[in-house]
Design a protein around this ligand. Structure first.
Ligand code: HEC
Length: 109
C-alpha cells in the first residue's frame, strides 16, 4: 500500500522534474551569448563588474542570479530595483533577452 509520505514526494518529483530538466537543458546560441556580453560590457559592467565579477559593495553578483527565474531578471532590469535604475528606456526587450542569455548562457555547467 502506498503511503502519503511516499506519494507526495513522488508527485512533487513528477511535477518539478520536467521543469527542472527544461531549465537545465536550454541551449543558448553562442552568438547570442556574445551579443549579450557586448551589451553587458557597455551598460552593466560599470556596476556589476567586468565578466560579472562583482566588486561586492552592494552590487548584485549576477553569477548567483537564479538561472530559472528569467521573469524576475527581465522585470528587475526593465523596471529597476532599489538602487538599480530602470533600463527599459535604453534597452529594447530583445536586448534584455540577450543580456539574460549572457548571464545564464555563459555559466559553466
Ligand atoms: C548604476 C549601477 C548599476 C548598473 C549600471 C546596473 N546595475 Fe544591476 N544592480 C545594481 C544594484 C545596486 C543592484 C542591487 C539592487 C538591490 O537589490 O538593492 C542591482 C541588481 C541587479 C539585478 C538583481 C535584481 C533582483 O531581482 O534581485 C539584476 C538581474 C541586475 N542588476 C542586472 C543588471 C543588468 C542586466 C544591467 C545592465 C543593463 C545592470 N544591472 C546595470 C546596480 C546597477
Amino acid at each position: 500500500m502506498l503511503k502519503k509520505w511516499l506519494i507526495q514526494p513522488l508527485i512533487a518529483g513528477l511535477l518539478g522534474g520536467p521543469a527542472f530538466l527544461m531549465a537545465q537543458d536550454v541551449k543558448f546560441d553562442p552568438a547570442d551569448v556574445d551579443r549579450g556580453k557586448r551589451l553587458y560590457t557597455s551598460y552593466c559592467a560599470r556596476c556589476h563588474g567586468l565578466n560579472m565579477v562583482s566588486s561586492g559593495a552592494g552590487f548584485f553578483d549576477l553569477r548567483q542570479f537564479p538561472a530559472d527565474d528569467k521573469k524576475r531578471f527581465v522585470g528587475s532590469v526593465a523596471n529597476g530595483i532599489r538602487a538599480m535604475p530602470a533600463w527599459s528606456s535604453q534597452l529594447k526587450p530583445e536586448e534584455i533577452d540577450l543580456l539574460w542569455t549572457y548571464v545564464v548562457g555563459s555559466r559553466k555547467k
